[in-house]
Design a binder for this molecule. Sequence first.
Ligand code: GRG
Length: 326
Amino acid sequence: MNSSSNEMSNVKSFSSQKLSAGNTEFEKTLSEKVQEVEGILNQYLPQAKGDAKTVMDAMNYSVLAGGKRLRPILMKETYHILGGKDAIIEPFMAALEMIHTYSLVHDDLPAMDNDEYRRGRKTTHIVYGEGVGILAGDGLLNYAFETMLSAFSKYADTKNDIAIYKNVAKAMSFIAKKAGIYGMIGGQTADIEAEEKEKLTKEELLFIHENKTAALIEAAMVSGALLAGATEETVRQMERCAYSIGIAFQIQDDILDVIGDSKELGKTARSDEKNNKQTYVTICGMEQAQREVAKLSQEAVDILSSFEGEHEFLEQLVLSLVYRNK
Ligand code: GRG
């Protein structure tokens, strides 16, 4: 066995040990955390009423359609590990899930991936029509910022603490950057342009993964760290950890597209192949893709283990994500 396959089998056995050791307990905790996020989302989503009720219904339909709620959970866990205890994290958790959902709603549109199913349900534009689908995505992006801004009046003003104002501003600014042209939108643009290229280089593909996928994972963990008032060095380490999780998560997504099952995935499997999409698997091969997932997830777990706070759940979450089957 060469050193990289050794590395992979070490990480895999480590991950399966860790996951099976407390599997049911981990799953129970995870499902409680998912429910907690859904409670927060229900609290922050608009109440669908008035003349613009239709777009609000479409926004709520897309956000409340389920999903792993990965980004808000990662944000809150990072906040906790670094000593954060306040409810100020909640509007940010809701906002990031709104941004993530808007990106999915727009990605499913006929002008992009033209998908009929997402999260096991009909996509938003199929249910509400294309125009309202576009507006629901726009509405979610805008409402995410309204939601984050509410943290100033709800939490910073009441404590009148300059450090809280600064943390909120820094977290919002980081999320804005990672969701925008220097992050997810930039990555999605490169992804669209890649369709016209005959052969992508590994670097070009990495640029897409870093921006389209890892950027929002970084937004989750770094904003959690910033809201907890972490030092620059800690913020930097969390960004690196999130980067590794994000790239591993995307490579696993590419792997699942090849080996996964549509029913379990809640979306159409083999869509990359049908859309002639170049992925980590098509460019580097399945074996290297799996090795890369193992290496990156180990890197993320190593960073998390270096923190003193309660990081066991977050480590298990990372492993469950990168070795997920849906
Ligand atoms: C339209 C600006 C814009 C961006 C779209 C999200 C996205 C970018 C494209 C969707 C396709 C895709 C494979 C993106 C990579 C990131 C990813 C794996 C998203 C799915 O996230 P999950 O698995 O989804 O966390 P759930 O439904 O569980 O929340």
